[in-house]
Structures are given as structure tokens and as C-alpha cells.
Write a protein that binds this ligand. Structure first.
Ligand SMILES: O=C(O)CCC(=O)C(=O)O
Ligand SMILES: [Fe+2]
Length: 340
């Protein structure tokens, strides 16, 4: 644990510092362009296999234009380069700008971020005061980004359903396309590590699983993301500016009766000459009133063993908001084997 010396951060005890980066992950890769052609069944199988084994993979051939990605990256860097007072004008949770504090239960990280609620309608990022500090057109640009990424997300969700052999391949995508879908966009910036840490690694974003159905992440060329494998070992994810990384979230683990794995991940910040890591994550969530329950077809395949009771997305969020970042939030909704 490290306590910083100066400024607003002086009171903040940073999370544990780790010295060595873990080994590099062999991240499964799926070419979505293949899914438009004869390779659809193979792409669906690959997506389902990676979602089961790791809950994590990357997609290429995604169709989101590279110039759009470059513009978003530049606009994000410009926003975080604003003077602190300007960024603070965009604060005022749950949405908006925040620094170091993650969620409302005391979690801290070496990160500053913008969190935006997004609805299914393309031009629906929150307007007005919270983002008045953002440079010209940042919001409009993020609208465009969300529209493109949501489309691609739905393709991935359809492939997941197909790969599971479900009759209805829209069963997951529909939730994210719903006009009330509770989706979010987060833009993270991991500031350069303070000199006084002498090369130690800082926790940028502590370990956690993402609550929603699916997270779709893109970052600049600076690495830092790490995922936990099934055996509990951590591996570093090499950065790849041309691909999107896909995380299975808690809600999808429930719908698939635990077959897909909500992947535990974290971000560590290393010293060095690399520019600060900037990541943009679209979290595809269900509508608040949606009842989440393991899909009956998948329960049948496990001989009727149903791993989670059903609950609404609002219930889940209410429960999750009382927990710390690293807590196992799904434990509360698990059934006991005999109660299945
Ligand atoms: O910034 C990143 O690379 C990942 C952060 C993350 O896991 C999150 O915002 O949920
Ligand atoms: Fe996350």
C-alpha cells in the first residue's frame, strides 16, 4: 500500500502494488468478416468456445472504421488533458467524470474516467452540464462510436447464441437493442505513474467482473489489461489497436446457466515511456425490468440443474452497488445444488 505525498491524492491509499507483470495471454481471435460469409458456423463455434473457456476473446474484421477509432482516441486524450478544474465540471455521478474513485464503496484506482449512460437510440448520450467541459463534438463523436459498436456487439451476441445451438439467435442481442437497454460507455485514462513509486506497478482498475451481458473494449497501444484464467493465474493482454476485446459479463453468465464465464480482469499501470493507457468500453446491458434467468434449453442440457435463481436487472444492480469491486456479486443469486 502506498500513500501519495501531495495534492488531492495525498489522502488516498492506493491499492496493492505488484512488481512483475504476468506472462502474456494467448487471446483467442475471431474474424467477424468470416461470419458474413461461409465461415459463419465456424465463427459461431469459435466465439462460444472462447466464451466458455475464458469469457474473453478479441474480434477482427469488425467493420468499425479505423478513422472513427482514431478520432475517438484523440478526443479522449484531449479531454483528459484539460485542466483538472475543467474536468471536474463534468463530475457529478453516477455518470460523468471521476478520478481515482471507482463506484461508491471505497474502491480506488490509478485512473480517471468518463462514464456515460447510453440508450438504444443513437443520439441519446446525456447532454447538458455533465459534459459541458468536453471539447467540441466529443459527445457527438461518442454517439457515432456507440452506434457502430452496438451493431458489432449484436453480431457477436448472435454468434454466441448460434454457437450455443440455441433456436433463437436473437435471444441476447435483443436485450441490447431494446429501447430501454441499460448500456453504458466508459472512457478510462490511466495517468502516468508518479515518480516516487520507483517503477512499481500500480493498480489502475482493481480486479472485478463486469456486471452487464457483454463488454466491448478498445484501447490505444499501451497495454495494462490482465485477465484471470480458470485456474486463477493472471495473464497480461497484449494491446491491439485494430481489434476489439470482448468480455463476457455477469448477466450473460446467468443466462447461459454458467456455461459462459464472466471473466475476472484488472488493469495495472507500469512506469515507462509509453503514453498513458486510454480505453473505451461499451457495456451492453439488459433493460432494468428484464427478468434474468438461465435459458431453459441450457438448463435442460445440464440435466435440469439450474445454477441461478431469476431476478430483474434492477435487483441485480441494487445488490451489486452494495458490494466492493472485487466481490463475487453473482454468489448471492446462485442456487444450491439441491435446490435446483
Ligand atoms: O480500462 C481498461 O482497460 C479496462 C477497465 C475495466 O475493466 C472497466 O472499466 O470495467
Ligand atoms: Fe471491467
Amino acid at each position: 500500500m502506498v500513500v501519495l505525498a501531495k495534492g488531492e491524492l495525498e489522502q488516498i491509499a492506493l491499492p496493492a502494488v505488484q512488481r512483475a507483470a504476468p506472462p502474456l495471454a494467448a487471446v483467442p481471435e475471431v474474424d467477424l468478416a468470416m461470419a458474413d460469409r461461409d465461415g459463419r458456423a465456424a465463427a459461431a463455434r469459435a466465439v462460444a468456445r472462447a466464451s466458455e473457456e475464458h469469457g474473453f476473446f478479441k474480434v477482427t474484421g469488425h467493420g468499425v472504421p479505423a478513422p472513427l477509432l482514431a478520432r475517438v482516441e484523440a478526443a479522449a486524450a484531449a479531454f483528459f488533458a484539460l485542466p483538472q478544474q475543467e474536468k471536474d465540471k463534468a463530475a457529478g455521478g453516477p455518470f460523468g467524470y471521476a478520478s481515482k474513485r471507482i463506484g461508491g464503496n471505497g474502491d480506488l484506482g490509478w485512473v480517471e474516467y468518463l462514464l456515460l449512460g447510453v440508450t438504444a437510440a443513437p443520439a441519446a448520450l446525456p447532454g447538458g452540464a455533465p459534459l459541458s467541459a468536453s471539447p467540441c463534438c466529443f459527445r457527438e463523436l461518442l454517439d457515432e462510436y456507440v452506434a457502430a459498436v452496438r451493431r458489432m456487439t449484436c453480431t457477436v451476441l448472435e454468434l454466441m447464441a448460434e454457437g450455443l445451438g440455441l433456436d433463437d439467435d436473437g435471444v441476447f442481442a435483443r436485450l441490447v437493442l431494446d429501447g430501454d437497454s441499460d448500456s453504458m460507455l466508459r472512457v478510462n485514462h490511466y495517468p502516468p505513474e508518479p515518480k516516487e513509486h520507483g517503477g512499481a506497478r500500480l493498480t489502475g482498475f482493481g480486479e472485478h467482473t463486469d456486471p452487464q451481458l457483454i463488454s466491448v473494449l478498445r484501447s490505444n497501444a499501451t497495454a495494462g489489461l490482465e485477465i484471470s484464467l480458470r485456474d486463477g493465474t493472471w495473464v497480461s493482454v497484449p494491446s491491439d489497436t485494430e481489434s476489439f476485446f470482448i468480455n463476457v459479463g455477469d448477466a450473460l453468465q446467468v443466462l447461459t446457466n454458467g456455461r459462459f464465464r464472466s471473466v475476472r480482469h484488472r488493469v495495472m499501470v507500469s512506469s515507462g515511456s509509453a503514453p498513458p493507457r486510454v480505453s473505451v468500453i461499451f457495456f451492453g446491458g439488459p433493460p432494468p425490468r428484464e427478468r434474468l434467468a438461465p435459458l431453459p434449453g441450457l438448463v435442460d442440457r445440464e440435466g435440469g440443474r439450474r445454477r441461478y435463481r431469476d431476478f430483474t436487472w434492477t435487483e441485480y444492480k441494487t445488490s451489486a452497488y452494495q458490494t466492493k469491486l472485487a466481490d463475487d456479486r453473482l454468489g448471492y443469486f446462485e442456487t444450491t445444488p439441491t435446490a435446483a
